[in-house]
Design a binder for this molecule. Structure first.
Ligand code: KG4
Ligand code: ZN
Length: 346
């Protein structure tokens, strides 16, 4: 089963070709960072135009690299949502056009399901132990999900305001570090003192597994604005390190809280996914937690499967096909779903 997958939910144009659900033949992507950096965030209209400009080139590159022709493709998968409506629409339109032109089944995939199952890429699915507790931390989402099985998810908690990655991006903007903020902050944090400041760690109500990052973001902003002389590199590094510590400790404590709840005593694995899972301090902290609880720990096998990518969309599509059969996915014109609550089942 060879699946061609598209992902254009935000600001990256991504195309992948995946065999049998986990074997990634090619995973291509063009960033739009340069176009959005001057604005300190993503401009939807600019993102959609760049997707429309670029998808054909990215597709051709992927087909060539994987030495694949249209007759080798069994189905096309595309992120239908959630995300930026106009960005999604360029992807669903391109995928629909190709599916109709080449008479291929078209599989609509939920973006978060893609992140949830991303640790399976390049790995042996049969070795995964369920239930798995999955922390999804990206620019648009922060979720704690219990995967009861490969195709069944239960949302335990989500952010009430900013996503974790969004907090990194906003703090980076305050410090003049550009977009996306996560990589820049974690790099600066290496040179700083993580105990220099005690930024707030919001744990919310006693049993809540929801998240909130607006408090820590606002505290960093307030602190930075109070510095009267031009901010030094050392001051910036200390702020980055302390901010990162606050986020890492909050996320780790939340996961620990979930593991301690009696209904989750059956959890056997802990997975960390999404763009912020590229953060080494967070990885280390959760890996230690998993070890102390006797759980399997997994992050996506490669950094390129952490941030938005099309391989994870192809992976989910293959599981959907295994469950429902190819006939369940006709070739058709597919709309985008900018807002789409995570379906419990695939
Ligand atoms: O998953 P992703 O590519 O996009 C969404 O689905 O939102 O995640 C992008 C986010 C950005 O907010 C970026 O700042 C963050 O991931 N990020 C990081 C790191 N690398 C990327 N955050 C913290 N540390 C990193 N090393
Ligand atoms: Zn994402």
């Amino acid at each position: 089963m060879r699946i061609l997958a598209f992902e254009t939910s935000c600001d990256d144009t991504c195309v992948a070709i995946v065999d049998n659900g986990t074997r990634v033949l090619v995973n291509t992507r063009t960033h739009q960072n340069d176009a959005h950096t001057p604005h300190g965030g993503i401009v939807p209209e600019v993102a959609a135009r760049l997707h429309a400009d670029r998808w054909r080139g990215v597709l051709e590159e992927a087909m060539q690299e994987a030495k694949t022709t249209w007759s080798d493709i069994d189905a096309i998968a595309v992120t239908q949502g959630p995300g930026l409506g106009t960005s999604l629409l360029t992807g669903t339109t391109a995928a629909s056009f190709l599916a109709l032109l080449h008479d291929k089944p078209l599989i609509p995939v939920h973006h978060i399901w893609g992140h949830l199952l991303s640790p399976l890429l390049d790995r042996n699915i049969d070795k995964a132990r369920f239930p798995a507790l999955v922390l999804t931390v990206s620019g648009g989402h922060t979720n704690l999900v219990k995967l009861h099985a490969l195709d069944r998810a239960e949302v335990l908690g989500k952010t009430r305001d900013d996503a974790a990655g969004e907090a990194f991006d906003k703090v980076a903007r305050v410090l003049g570090l550009g977009y996306p903020g996560g990589p820049a902050i974690s790099k600066m944090a290496e040179m700083g003192d993580k105990n220099a400041h005690n930024f707030p760690k919001s744990m919310l109500e006693k049993d809540s597994l929801d998240f909130s990052f607006s408090g820590v973001k606002a505290a960093v902003k307030r602190h930075t604005e109070q510095i009267e002389t031009p901010i030094t590199e050392k001051q910036k590094a200390d702020i980055c390190a302390s901010f990162q510590r606050a986020v890492v400790e909050t996320l780790t404590k939340k996961v620990k809280r979930a593991l301690g709840q009696p209904t989750h005593a059956n959890v056997r694995s802990l997975w960390l996914v999404g763009g912020v899972s590229a953060n080494t301090a967070l990885r280390r902290s959760l890996e230690e937690l998993a070890e102390s609880w006797g759980l399997d720990f997994a992050c996506p096998a490669k950094m390129e499967y952490c941030t938005d990518n099309a391989a994870m969309i192809g992976g989910v599509a293959a599981i959907m096909v295994a469950k429902h059969g190819l006939a369940a996915f006709p070739s058709r014109a597919l709309d985008a779903r900018g807002r789409w609550v995570l379906p419990e089942g695939l």
